[in-house]
Design a protein around this ligand. Sequence first.
Ligand code: CA
Length: 101
Amino acid sequence: MSSHLQRAMEDLIKVFYCYSGKEGDKYKLNKKELKNMLQEELNDFLNGTNDAKVVEKIMQDLDENRDGEVDFQEFVVLVAALTVACNEFFVDLVKKEKRGI
Ligand SMILES: [Ca+2]
């Protein structure tokens, strides 16, 4: 049986390839696939994923090697950044609860 973290890592990989495999390069997300992924998986986190400009901006931020597509390594950067943001929110919440706010 695999650990929680290992399962989470597997899920990350599965989610990425589920979207990247739809068209073109199977191992990279093009703009359409990225938009799809953001809408399906991260709509609660990212406001305005319906907005083409927002998707464009995320694409530019993630696409480190400027090939117009997001590979797994670039995708993980997004997930890590969002996880850090989540953690800060969570830690704040726990602190507030301890102080009885
Ligand atoms: Ca890229």
